[in-house]
Design a protein around this ligand. Structure first.
Ligand SMILES: Nc1nc2c(ncn2[C@@H]2O[C@H](COP(=O)(O)OP(=O)(O)OP(=O)(O)O)[C@@H](O)[C@H]2O)c(=O)[nH]1
Ligand SMILES: [Mg+2]
Length: 288
């Protein structure tokens, strides 16, 4: 008996071809489900987890800084009173039960947020800071750097770049949000002392300000190089927002003290438990 002729399909495929094409169905289905799960995960990360601690609405301190500077070590020491081995963080550590040693009788504990330092994972820190500023719950940012790496130009540059982005946010609120630059690992003999680090950061922040102003100038053809500022006019006042940081001035004129944000640079060593000046800084801000 001869086999029945292959039936023509509406889209021009024979039955045989249609069956073999339907073999793609399962992988495509798996791919689609995978994509949905990944999208849902990132949406959760972005919109829920990042604001989990802030949802509590408590007074908040945020720990930020480049990767490997000692943020999680500091978080663990502050929260649990002990050192621990750490791995590079991929997500925030949040506690809503952080009591400062000399303020144990405060009605409310503090929210303490440790953020990952990797460049690609910093968006959560920026949104946490903006949410806490908008809610007026932020009491300060602890910007931890590895002081022993600050004599290396590329590490200094990275630390200054991240700090610049944070200062652009802290400058948006009246009076600024206080920032402590914790010069960690100060027990290492290669560590740059706090006073010197402040000067190095200022020089670097100045260069970043110049280069960003130039690139903005290139984009807004024919416009003023400070076109992107959304703060004050060119009257010597501090300008926050998305553009120029600090007082208007010549190249080399950037000074941290010109900012609304109060920036202090203080040595410390999480490894040696020498963080009392940082705790004192937090306690001063906690009651304000
Ligand atoms: N020498 C020295 N090492 C320290 C000190 N504090 C932390 N470390 C070490 O620095 C390394 C990085 O510490 P982490 O706390 O994981 O750094 P992190 O800033 O959280 O890094 P990311 O999560 O990647 O952003 C660890 O090996 C710590 O033990 C310190 O005061 N001195
Ligand atoms: Mg960490």
């Amino acid at each position: 008996m001869s086999s029945p002729p292959e039936t023509a399909k509406p889209d021009g495929l024979t039955t045989h071809e249609a069956i073999s094409t339907s073999g793609y169905g399962l992988p495509v289905y798996i791919l689609a489900v995978g994509l949905i799960i990944i999208t849902a995960y990132f949406a959760y990360e972005l919109f829920f987890r990042k604001s989990k601690g802030l949802a509590a609405g408590g007074p908040t301190f945020i720990i930020a800084g480049p990767s490997g500077s000692g943020k999680t070590s500091l978080f663990t020491l502050l929260r649990y009173g002990e050192k621990s081995t750490t791995l590079p963080s991929v997500e925030q550590n949040i506690t809503t039960k952080f009591w400062l040693p000399n303020l144990l009788d405060t009605a409310k504990p503090f929210v303490l947020i440790d953020t990952p330092g990797h460049q690609k994972l910093r968006h959560g820190m920026f949104s946490a800071l903006q949410i806490a500023q908008a809610a007026r719950t932020i009491h300060g940012v602890l910007y931890v750097v590895d002081a022993s790496a600050m004599s290396r130009p590329e590490q200094l540059r990275e630390a200054a770049e991240y700090l610049y982005d944070i200062l652009r946010i802290t400058e948006r609120v009246r009076g600024g949000t206080d920032v402590l630059v914790g010069a960690n690992k100060s027990e290492l003999f290669t560590a740059v002392p706090a006073k010197r680090l402040r000067t190095l950061l200022e020089t670097e922040l100045d260069k970043i300000r110049e280069s960003r102003a130039k690139s903005v100038g290139k984009v807004s053809a024919g416009g003023d190089k400070h076109d992107s500022d959304d703060g004050d006019e060119d009257d010597g006042a501090v300008v926050g927002g998305s553009g120029w940081l600090g007082k208007r001035g010549e190249k080399g004129s950037f000074k941290l003290e010109d900012l609304e944000t109060d920036v202090m640079v203080i040595d410390g060593s999480v490894d040696n438990g020498k963080i009392d000046p940082w705790i004192a800084w937090m306690e001063e801000r906690a009651v304000n």
